[in-house]
Design a protein around this ligand. Structure first.
Ligand code: LLP
Length: 467
């Protein structure tokens, strides 16, 4: 078994085992000495599950802070702003926590923008707005809110933004999101920087579009933006992309544009399969890949990390409802499902799963860990070696702080999980479990249509003599 990086070098011990006898933590995956149980910071996960029920998302505030600090340190030698990518985990308390550390935000919808303004009205000057499909309503809201930067993704969006900025008499600072045509070495669904992807403008069109943008009185052309994808674990694709952006910045400056910002997007991956990742060193290599090509350009760097900050700080806690076997295949049917954590079903993503009570004397076997949803794609893990488990046992699905709850749905009319933020010995509910009433509150039971149709059928029946 591997040594879990969350307790090894660099990554904070958000989730670690402690023996009930000696409160000393040991790495998840290290052979524990007898019966041990999983803690989130200083609280036994078992206790949180009993108090708040399962499925349950737990986040460690200390882990988020430690990741953010390490990330920030990596960029200390250049002027920069971290604009946390709200889509990764948009819980208001998480956003507030990040705001207290001075973060700005990357948003992609009016909803995300409103979330940020909800936690701090004055965060507007630190918001960058990305996305290929900004609606008129979203553009208006962003203009009126006085956000810091629009990342414009097409010529049509430029026209729309210029028109609305003029009509509302609000000046908008813009960057074009440029598609550098660089492969990202990640899952095809989250790779965004190739010619065939919908994102950004082609490099070749950049000069012309910047020229057009500069003509608009209410547009202030200040930067260039790029985002090549997510869950990228090698610095090389970042370096290649930023290298192209640096060349573009030089050309644009020669053309007379005052480019002060490069928004390098997000995308730094995490180590879902464990190993010995040292986040401080890893973040430093990433930073070097971005900073190197921009050397001498005297730019302010904007960064939009999401996953790298929050993924390892979260775990999804679930109870085993049933243990079953179909011929040779063994299943743990748990109370969390694809509606709670979509990543395994959608991308075939791997998340480490560990028992909350870890008894090393138990034998191990291979299980599919599946949820109650009526789809074969409803699995959290397949053929996963786990200790012998019985009904009622708790499992923790690790590294689910990013794109876990954010992608959760109500499929099968399942209530979304509660979320808890833990800081050392304190646990706070930051989102209550949904109720059935929450689920149906936007729905209307329309009765007249059904009745009219039923009536019509009756009439038709009588006309045809009831056959
Ligand atoms: N900036 C932009 C413009 C983005 O599109 C994204 C992510 C980010 C920043 C943040 O990327 P990060 O640092 O988190 O990699 N649902 C997928 C991930 C989709 C990412 C979409 N864009 C998953 O669960 O893996």
């Amino acid at each position: 078994m591997r040594s879990h990086p969350s307790t090894a070098r660099g990554r904070p011990p958000a989730f670690s085992y402690r023996s009930s006898l000696a409160p000393r933590s040991s790495s998840i995956g290290e052979q524990p000495s007898g019966g041990e149980e999983l803690f989130c910071d200083d609280i036994p996960v078992r206790r949180l599950a009993a108090r708040f029920g399962t499925p349950l998302y737990l986040y460690s505030a200390s882990a988020i802070e430690a990741r953010l600090v390490a990330f920030e340190r990596a960029f200390l030698r250049v002027p920069h702003t971290i604009c946390y990518s709200v889509k990764a985990n948009s819980n208001l308390s998480i956003l507030r926590l990040l705001r207290t550390f001075g973060c700005g935000f990357d948003v992609v919808s009016a909803g995300e923008l409103k979330r940020v303004l909800q936690i701090d009205r004055r965060a507007n000057r630190r918001i960058v707005f990305s996305g290929v499909g900004k609606s008129l309503m979203e553009i208006d809201l962003a203009l009126k809110s006085g956000i810091f930067l629009f990342n414009v993704e097409s010529e049509s969006e430029l026209s729309r933004l210029a028109r609305r900025a003029g009509e509302l008499k609000r000046k908008a600072s813009i960057a074009f999101r440029v598609n550098p045509d660089v492969p990202a070495e990640t899952h095809p669904y989250i790779s965004t920087g190739r010619d065939q992807h919908k994102f950004g403008i082609p490099l070749e069109q950049a000069s012309e579009l910047y020229r057009r943008a500069a003509r608009h009185r209410f547009l202030n052309v200040v930067g260039v933006s790029v985002h090549i994808g997510s869950q990228i674990t090698s610095p090389e694709p970042f370096r290649r992309a930023v290298d192209r952006i640096a060349q573009l910045v030089r050309r644009l400056r020669q053309d007379g544009h005052s480019i002060q910002y490069v928004d390098a997007g997000g995308g730094l991956g995490v180590c879902y399969r464990g190993g010995d990742q040292d986040f401080v060193e890893y973040a430093a290599r990433y930073a070097a890949a971005l900073i190197g090509p921009l050397n001498g350009l005297n730019l302010h760097l904007l960064l939009e990390p999401g996953r790298a900050i929050v993924a390892p700080a979260g775990a999804l806690i679930t109870s085993v409802e049933y243990v079953k076997a179909n011929k040779g295949k063994r299943f743990l049917v748990v109370d969390a499902a694809m509606n709670d954590l979509l990543r395994p079903s959608l991308y075939g993503a791997f998340h480490e799963i560990v028992p909350v009570r870890n008894d090393r004397k138990l034998g191990r076997a291979k299980f599919d860990v599946v949820g109650p949803v009526c789809e074969t794609s409803d699995f959290l893990a397949r053929d996963r070696p786990l200790p012998e488990t019985v009904e009622g046992d708790l499992l923790a699905v690790l590294d689910t702080g990013a794109y876990g709850m954010a992608l959760a749905s109500n499929y099968n009319t399942r209530r979304r999980a509660a979320e808890i933020l833990v800081k050392r010995k304190t646990a706070k509910l930051i989102r209550r479990r949904e109720s059935f009433a929450d689920l149906i509150k936007a729905e209307l039971v329309e009765t007249s249509i059904g009745r009219r149709q039923a009536g019509k059928k009756r009439v038709e029946k009588s006309k045809t003599g009831g056959n």
